[in-house]
Design a protein. Structure first.
Length: 86
């Protein structure tokens, strides 16, 4: 799962255009939204699209499930690991 976490960290940076941070700067257990990485709802939509494109997983930003899945990189990795299509 370490490789998947690294891939997600890189995906977050590339899909959201976060030029001033490196993948290793993103703590897998730090919240993605609010006080942690500081992402917002627009970022959630972009990240959701990137996840769909990369792994074929569709999550709507409004769903309760998405709030749990996008809690941090580790929860996203666990979800992708069990639901990925390729």
């Amino acid at each position: 799962m370490t490789d998947l976490i690294s891939e997600i960290q890189s995906l977050i940076i590339s899909s959201l255009g976060l030029e001033d941070i490196r993948p290793e700067d993103i703590d897998p257990d730090e919240p993605l939204f609010g006080e942690g990485l500081g992402l917002d709802s627009i970022d959630a939509l972009e990240l959701g699209l990137a996840v769909k494109k990369r792994w074929g997983i569709t999550l709507t930003a409004e769903s309760e499930e998405a709030k749990t899945v996008f809690k941090n990189v580790r929860t996203l990795a666990a979800y992708i690991e069990t639901h990925k299509q390729n």
